[in-house]
Design a protein around this ligand. Structure first.
Ligand SMILES: [Zn+2]
Length: 122
């Protein structure tokens, strides 16, 4: 089931191929301020349907992750990251973390929220 999402001003629009089984709330210094609930996809499951030029990227810390946000309205949209499931960045397996709060017509309240301790992990 394709889910569409957009930032507040609609300068960024995107689609993902499937509904998330869980979404992740991360306690790291960035995510706790941004307030995103992350849904994880491989790049083939994510399609940006608006011009990439409308997206700005924030890089911090080790700069291995590109945190995208709308250059117009500021909504955190999606993140380009290596796979971290082993605890180390796997650059051969890129992932897209999507801010599920931006999904349109989707009931996030039905999805389990998993908290990860990013504050102490990175
Ligand atoms: Zn926007």
């Amino acid at each position: 089931m394709t889910i569409k999402g957009s930032c507040h001003c609609k300068a960024t629009t995107f689609e993902v191929s499937d509904a998330p089984q869980t979404v992740t709330q991360c306690t790291c210094s960035f995510c706790s301020k941004r307030g995103a609930l992350w849904a994880y996809y491989v790049p083939s499951q994510f399609k940006l349907t608006s011009p990439l030029e409308k997206v700005s990227f924030y890089r911090w810390g080790s700069k291995t992750i590109k945190d995208g946000f709308c250059a117009t309205c500021g909504c955190g949209t999606f993140t380009q990251t290596p796979d971290w499931s082993t605890g180390e960045p796997d650059f051969d397996n890129p992932r897209i973390s999507v801010n599920s709060r931006l999904f349109d017509d989707f009931d996030l309240g039905q999805v389990e929220v998993v908290v990860i301790d990013g504050k102490n992990l990175w």
